[in-house]
Design a protein around this ligand. Structure first.
Ligand SMILES: Nc1ncnc2c1ncn2[C@@H]1O[C@H](COP(=O)(O)OP(=O)(O)OP(=O)(O)O)[C@@H](O)[C@H]1O
Ligand SMILES: [Mg+2]
Length: 343
């Protein structure tokens, strides 16, 4: 079921005499329960796009359907009620520094007019949910970045939203803490069935938890689809750049050359796994089938939240005709084979 549907949505800012098309004719569907990633370089329009989803920005054109209502048509009052069902977290947490953890979490409940006893109870539940037991009386300045973002998440969930928007929520955190916060988001998504729309400029974040991804460039969505498919088969240049950075397929010409010199009769090939074939068994099957040796030179098999993809660069040693048969075998198993040796 679609929980968010954008139809031909544009947002133009008028900056003096000049116009900025921050979002230009975007179509997008987010299904309930998705962790939907939006990735793009700075200025691509990501923040503007998510701010359209909770009515923080008004679309210049198009339809923004969220939970089956076109929010561009809501009255100010209905928009306020609607926003309670859409939580948001930010890169710099947006916590109130003069309030304790509990008091920060209670804030949206106070605004919604929830009674004090109930507020306290809900705050304690949320503190447990995000793993901040014992920190309720602390002030934000006494917390690490990861803990601050946990407060941000608890506060965003206070009114039981159905959608959580995350704008670069892990960009101020170190890699370890980033992964911990991502784990938390994933578990909340599973536990509560919460739909998450997440903006990032890091493909790592997408790979870790998103089941879908859209790539943005200059206000438009240039490519979108299942995360695994996009990682396995990026089509657009900008997507390829993002994917390549994450899989760190750096220039290894030197290494390959050295291997080739040591094994003048060997064949170096790149095996690109795009199906859910188990890489290891395929290699050992090939070794059993044909009188050849296979050494792995380098490998980058990576996991997304739904499957694996990647490349193995291997050296085949053995009679030339058996090398060829081995390549054919791999191809039959659905592996893309690229011969790197040049004779
Ligand atoms: N309130 C505004 N008034 C005028 N221009 C704006 C406004 N908000 C955003 N823009 C412009 O719209 C474009 C998209 O900005 P946006 O903040 O959505 O990009 P972004 O992808 O989130 O970038 P970043 O990764 O740096 O956060 C930029 O050119 C920006 O300068
Ligand atoms: Mg932004």
């Amino acid at each position: 079921m679609a929980i968010i549907q954008l139809r031909n949505v544009s947002k133009t800012f008028h900056d003096g005499s000049s116009e900025v098309n921050a979002v230009a004719d975007v179509n997008l569907t987010v299904e309930a329960g998705d962790i939907f990633g939006i990735v793009g370089y700075s200025g691509a329009g990501k923040s503007t796009l998510v701010r359209l989803l909770n009515g923080l920005e008004q679309a210049s054109a198009g339809e923004v359907d969220v939970r089956n209502q076109d929010i561009t048509k809501l009255s100010a009052k209905d928009l306020r009620n609607f926003r309670r069902k859409v939580g948001m977290i930010f890169q710099h947490f947006n916590l109130l520094w003069s309030r304790t953890v509990e008091e920060n979490i209670e804030l949206p409940l106070e605004i919604a007019g929830v009674k004090k006893v109930e507020r306290k109870k809900r705050a304690q539940e949320l503190i447990r949910l995000v793993g901040l037991e014992g920190r309720g009386k602390h002030y934000p300045s006494q917390l690490s970045g990861g803990q601050k973002q946990r407060v941000g998440i608890a506060r965003a969930l206070a009114n039981n939203p159905e959608i959580l928007l995350c704008d670069e929520a892990t960009s101020a955190l170190d890699p370890q803490t980033t992964d911990e916060v991502l784990e938390l988001l994933l578990s909340i998504n599973k536990q509560l069935g919460l739909t998450i729309v997440l903006i990032t400029h890091e493909m790592h974040v997408i790979r870790k938890i998103c089941n879908k991804v859209a790539v943005m460039g200059k206000g438009t969505i240039v490519e979108k689809g299942d995360t695994l498919e996009i990682f396995r088969n990026p089509q657009q240049d900008i997507t390829k750049r993002f994917v390549k950075k994450e899989t760190a397929e750096d220039d290894t010409e030197g290494i390959l050359q050295a291997f080739q010199e040591e094994n003048p009769n060997g064949l170096i090939v790149n095996l690109h796994f795009t199906k859910d074939s188990a890489e290891e068994p395929l290699i050992s099957q090939a070794i059993r089938k044909f009188p050849i040796d296979i050494s792995v030179i380098q490998g980058a098999i990576q996991k997304t939240s739904t499957g694996r993809f990647g490349n193995l660069t291997v050296l085949l040693n053995g009679p030339a005709k058996d090398q060829e048969k081995t390549l054919l075998f791999f191809q039959e198993q659905g592996v893309d084979v690229e011969v790197l040796s040049h004779e």
